[in-house]
Structure formats: C-alpha cells, structure tokens
Write a protein that binds this ligand. Structure first.
Ligand code: UTP
Length: 290
C-alpha cells in the first residue's frame, strides 16, 4: 500500500528551550526565513505524502495560522506588486492537505502518535518528529518509505550517536542488511548503564509505522520520564515481526535544543541564495576574531 499519510507530533513542551517556548512553539522557530516545521512538511511532501496530521496543543495555534491563507496580508502584497512574496505566502497554505488535532495532555510522543489512530484509518504511515529538521538531496522520509516498500515492515530512521550521548537517545539492536538498510530486532529508550546499550545506533526523527502500532500503544504504560514512549511500543514490533533501520543520508538538526537551532540557522544561512555571500563574509570575519 502506497504511503500518503504522515503525522507530525508537535505538542511537546519544549522545556530544553525555555523560556522562549513558554509562548513560542519550538516548531515555529525561524531557521533563516522559514519556521522549522515548514522544512519538515516540505520533506514529507517531497517524499510523496499528501495528507499530514499535525499534533498540537492549546499553546500552538500559530502553527495552524501559519498553514492557513492570510487574505489581508495577501491583498496588501498584491496591491504593492510584491508578487514574489505573495506567491511564497500562498504556496505555504497549498503544500499539502494539513489537518490538526490537539493532544489534550502532554503524555509523551507515544501518546501523541496514538491520537492519530482515526486519521490513519488502518494504513501504514510516516512519523516526522516536529523538532527534527533533516536537510538533504534525498528526503529522509522518502528513504524510509522506499525501505517499507522493499521489506513490508515498519522502518526507523537511524544514525550512530556519540558514545557519551547514547543515554539521551534510544539504543537499537541492529544487523547490517544491505547499503543503508539494517534489521532491527530490539531497542531500549535512554539506556541507563553500559550493559543496557544494544548499539550506538539510535532512532532519529523519522519512522514509518504499520497500523498495528496503535493497539501496542494502547497497552503501553508510562516509561522513561513518566511518558508513554513510542519506543516502548516499537520495541514489541521489533521483537516480534522485526523492523528495518535506515541509516538515512542528510543532516539532522535537533531544533529541540539551543545548539541545534544555532547549527541549523548558521548552516542553512550559508546555503541561502540571497544571504550566503554576505553571511559567509560575516562568519569568516567573526571566526578570525575568536
Ligand atoms: P521531545 O521529547 O523531543 O519534545 O519529543 P519535548 O517534550 O517538547 O522536549 P523537552 O524535553 O521538553 O525539551 C519529540 C517530539 O514529540 C513531540 C514534541 O513536540 C517533539 O516534536 N511530543 C512530545 C508531543 O507531540 N507530545 C508529547 O507529549 C511529547
């Protein structure tokens, strides 16, 4: 079955970027001139996704406003003959069929994904974490969808993380299959001790799930941090039917932490057609003073 639906969980509290996230969702941080979540929606669309459910919460209305039409602004841009801006503004609202649902309590990523059950209605689907921007020629979500089409199993986007950081991530039991593909038969969220570490491969930001995940999430009790962990439900899939890991190409930026936001901003500004020359000169000059 062709994958056309995606879920973007964006209802987290963003405590690692407080105080800004008190009233500004991290998913809306501008990375140069687009909010982080737009890069994610574009990646989904470039991967063949047509219908996207964004999971929000009561503090995140500006995400809905952003993907809506904006008649007053559009009218003014047309009047002022600013067609380029007009086209940019209108195209945001036409990227995909975007739906919104509120996660009424912040009970974790697994709980947020479980809110999407009726939207998904029995199909395999992609999940793109709302605070992971991945930039690359070949959209990461599309790489995972191709793996699903090849193996017919749920897929996780994986990367090796530094040994000293594995306790902040999940740790996967993997075996190399072919190219960027791995089989994944077990996983543990935020391993506490060295003995709990299955490998330094971790799930980063993307997965393709089969609808059986919802029954597993229903049975999942709160895990690390008192939250319903998506990894806990995925572990059952991995241990029973097995999952596929894709060591995706592309650079991932964690918009959920301050350094990640800065890295994304600097690196994307260095590629931005309008800014790259001036910004490169500025960065070189600044670096020479450090
Ligand atoms: P994170 O754990 O990175 O986000 O969840 P967080 O909870 O906002 O982070 P901190 O630790 O407080 O800084 C990964 C993704 O899952 C979403 C987040 O918005 C993020 O995109 N999420 C997390 C939800 O949608 N609901 C939740 O209850 C938790």
């Amino acid at each position: 079955m062709k994958i056309t639906k995606a879920v973007i969980p964006a209802a987290g509290l963003g405590t690692r970027v407080l105080p800004a996230t008190k009233s500004m969702p991290k998913e809306m941080y501008p990375i140069v001139d687009k909010p982080a979540i737009q890069y994610i929606v574009e990646e989904a669309v470039n991967s063949g996704i047509t219908d996207i459910l964004i999971i929000t919460n009561r503090g995140k209305n500006i995400i809905e406003d952003y993907f809506d039409r904006s008649p007053e602004l559009e009218g003014r841009l047309l009047e002022d003959k600013k067609e380029e801006f007009y086209n940019q503004v209108v195209s945001v609202s036409k990227l995909a069929n975007i739906f919104f649902l509120r996660q009424k309590e912040t009970k974790g990523l697994g709980h947020a994904v479980n809110c999407a059950r009726s939207f998904i209605s029995g199909e395999p689907f992609a999940v793109l974490y709302g605070d992971d921007v991945i930039i690359g020629e070949d959209p990461a979500c599309g790489q995972l969808i191709r793996a699903y089409e090849k193996y017919g199993k749920a897929v996780v986007g994986i990367k090796e993380v530094a040994k000293e950081n594995i306790h902040k991530y999940s740790s996967l039991k993997v075996e190399h299959l072919d190219g960027t593909y791995y089989s994944c038969t077990d996983m543990v969220e935020k391993p506490k001790t060295e003995a709990d570490v299955l490998s330094y491969f971790s799930i980063l930001g993307r997965c393709v799930l089969t609808p059986d995940i919802f029954d597993l999430l229903d049975k999942t009790t709160p895990g690390v941090g008192g939250e319903i962990q998506l990894t806990d439900a995925m572990r059952v899939l991995a241990q029973t039917v097995g999952m596929i890991g894709v060591d995706f190409t592309g650079k991932r930026y964690d918009i959920g932490n301050k350094l990640g936001i800065l890295e994304a901003t600097v690196e994307l500004a260095l590629k931005h057609p309008e800014l790259k020359d001036d910004f490169r000169a500025y960065i070189k000059n600044l670096a020479s003073e450090l």
